[in-house]
Design a binder for this molecule. Structure first.
Ligand code: NAP
Length: 261
């Protein structure tokens, strides 16, 4: 079934998702802080400057693609009641407890809620979504048909579909995605650059620096500010670096001590 999908937040990730949805034959509309009328026109998408008109456009699905940091402001500034029809709200934020809690708080009771995180982006998904992971949590679903139609968008592209609670997602993402981005940002602070004698390992680090800094700092700081498990992982990382330094200092003492005797 072809869905009418309204995207809130037509930045880089919203545009990236829209391309595949259009290819699949869904009807898209969008609204955003920035005026994307021209780009939307080129893509065959109706763009609404007025959020109220956007909400009245009879969407099956409202897909929230705003930054983590702006979600609260964006949602609370939307005239959400009354919606013409019960609608499925889906978010794609890279943290999950925060949007779940906000959506449960601000949406009308008759709206369904699906919290999702595609574990890929415009870089990693540029050649297709096959075997890339799509995490979702059916937070409040009564219209199973619309929800499964929406999930089919990703399943039919070959994504690895993984149902998981928002809490479990945030625990795992703090240990994986947040650490990845933190190391990437740290390498950027070190200003690492390709050299004529790069090892494969170093090339991987340069690549990591480049891909992580291509995402906005809003996105990165959102991974920290709105994931309650991230602060512990940051401390673990600091402690791990400290332990590595101590191991080196100890071995240096042993080696140089041995040499000197
Ligand atoms: P982002 O910097 O996280 O978000 C940019 C989007 O947020 C734009 O649509 C922007 O609107 C909107 N926005 C930012 N500040 C705003 C404000 N004060 N008021 C209203 N709107 C505001 O970059 P992104 O890569 O496009 O990510 C969008 C969402 O997808 C994020 O929640 C992110 O966690 C999630 N996500 C991203 C990826 C990825 O690989 N990039 C992967 C999975 C999930 P305008 O463009 O109109 O200014």
């Amino acid at each position: 079934m072809s869905l009418k999908i309204g995207i809130v937040g037509f930045g880089s990730f919203g545009q990236f998702l829209a391309k595949t949805m259009i290819k699949q034959g869904h009807t898209l509309r969008a609204t955003s802080r920035t005026d994307y009328s021209q780009l939307c026109h080129q893509m065959g998408i109706q763009f609404f400057r007025d959020v109220a008109e956007f909400l009245e456009a009879d969407n099956h699905v409202i897909l929230i693609c705003t930054s983590i940091l702006s979600l609260s402001k964006v949602l609370t500034s939307m005239p959400l009641t009354p919606l013409k029809t019960p609608t499925l709200f889906v978010d794609v934020l890279s943290v999950k407890e925060h949007p779940r809690d906000l959506l449960l708080r601000v949406l009308p009771e008759e709206s369904d809620i699906l919290c999702t995180h595609p574990m890929f982006g415009p870089d990693s998904g540029k050649d297709g979504w096959k075997d890339l992971t799509f995490v979702y949590d059916k937070v409040r679903i009564r219209d199973e048909a619309i929800c499964s139609n929406f999930l089919q968008i990703f399943a039919s592209e070959g994504c690895r579909m993984l149902q998981m609670s928002c809490e479990e997602h945030d625990k795992l993402a703090a240990k994986s995605q947040f650490i990845t981005h933190t190391i990437g940002r740290t390498l950027a602070e070190l200003d690492i650059k390709s050299t004529p004698i790069d090892t494969k390992g170093f090339q991987t680090l340069v690549q990591l620096k480049e891909t992580t800094t291509r995402d906005s700092f809003d996105l990165y700081s959102g991974l920290f500010i709105h994931n309650r498990f991230a602060v512990q992982e940051l401390e673990n990382l600091e402690r791990a670096l400290q332990r590595v330094k101590e191991m080196l200092a100890q071995r240096m003492n042993e080696e140089l001590g041995t040499e000197n005797t």
